[in-house]
Design a protein around this ligand. Structure first.
Ligand code: MN3
Length: 245
C-alpha cells in the first residue's frame, strides 16, 4: 500500500521528534520509508493533476501517471506473476540484484521495476511551490555542489545531455554525500545501491504535449513545482538509512 494519512502523520511526528529544526519536513505529505510490495499498485497522486500548472500541464500529468506509470506497474506484476521468490523481495533489492532475475524476464523487470521506482519518487517530489531548499538539505547541497545555483546549472546540463529517454537525478550515496547522475531509459540508481533523492524525467512523454522539442524550457520550469519539504523528508530518511522503495 502507498502512504495513508495516519502513516504520514506518524512519519512527520517521528521526524519532528528526531529533528526539531527540520521544520520543512513536517509539511511533507509523503512516506519516504514506505516499502512497495507485490502485487504493486499505482500510487495515487497526493495533489490534483493540475497542481503543477503551468510548468507541467494537467493532461501530461494525467497521462504520465495513469497510463505510463500504470503500464510499468502492470508489466512488472505480469513479469513476476510466476516468480514467488521475487515477489517476496523489496523493489530496491530486485533492482540491486538484477543478475538473480531469470534471463527471460530480466530486461522486462529492469525496465518496469525501474519505471515503478523512478515514477514513485517523481510524484513525491512534485506538487510543490519551488523556491529553494533550507536546513540540513541546503547545507548538503552547498557542501557537495558549491551552492544551489550551481546544482541547478549542473543538473539542467545533465538533463539536457540525456540522449533519447532517461533521467537526471540527485543521489544520496552510502557515504552520505550527494551526487548527480544521468540514467538512460528507466535505469534506477537503486541498481547501484544508491538512493535517489530527487530527479527529473526527461522522456518526451513527460513534456512533449506542452513543450514539444523544447526540453530546456521544461527542465527550467520543473524547478518551480518541486516540493522541497517532501525532498527534505526523503533526505532525512536517507540519512537514517530508511529511504525505501
Ligand atoms: Mn515518465
Amino acid at each position: 500500500m502507498f502512504p495513508i494519512a495516519r502513516r504520514t502523520l506518524l512519519v512527520a511526528a517521528g521526524l519532528l521528534a528526531a529533528r526539531p529544526l527540520l521544520r520543512s519536513a513536517i509539511a511533507a505529505e509523503i512516506d519516504p520509508t514506505g516499502r512497495l510490495a507485490y502485487p504493486y499498485s499505482l500510487p495515487p497522486l497526493t495533489y490534483d493533476v493540475g497542481a503543477n500548472e503551468p510548468a507541467i500541464d494537467a493532461m501530461t500529468m494525467q497521462i504520465h501517471h495513469d497510463k505510463h506509470h500504470g503500464a510499468y506497474v502492470k508489466n512488472l506484476n505480469d513479469a513476476l506473476k510466476d516468480h514467488p521468490e521475487l515477489q517476496q523481495r523489496s523493489l530496491s533489492d530486485i533492482l540491486a540484484k538484477l543478475g538473480d532475475v531469470p534471463e527471460d524476464i530480466r530486461t522486462t523487470v529492469r525496465n518496469n521495476a525501474g519505471g515503478h521506482a523512478n515514477h514513485t519518487m517523481f510524484w513525491q517530489i512534485l506538487g510543490g511551490k519551488g523556491g529553494e531548499p533550507d536546513g540540513a538539505l541546503r547545507a548538503a547541497i552547498d557542501r557537495d555542489f558549491g551552492g544551489f545555483d550551481d546544482l541547478k546549472t549542473k543538473f539542467n546540463q545533465a538533463a539536457l545531455k540525456v540522449f533519447g529517454s532517461g533521467w537526471a537525478m540527485v543521489l544520496v550515496n552510502r557515504d552520505g554525500k550527494l551526487s548527480l547522475v544521468a540514467r538512460s531509459n528507466q535505469d534506477s540508481p537503486w541498481m547501484d545501491g544508491a538512493a535517489p533523492l530527487f530527479g527529473n524525467d526527461v522522456w518526451e512523454h513527460a513534456y512533449y504535449l506542452k513543450y514539444q522539442n523544447r526540453r530546456a524550457d521544461y527542465v527550467q520550469a520543473w524547478w518551480t513545482v518541486l516540493n522541497w519539504p517532501a525532498i527534505a523528508a526523503r533526505y532525512a530518511a536517507a540519512q537514517q538509512g530508511s529511504l525505501a522503495i
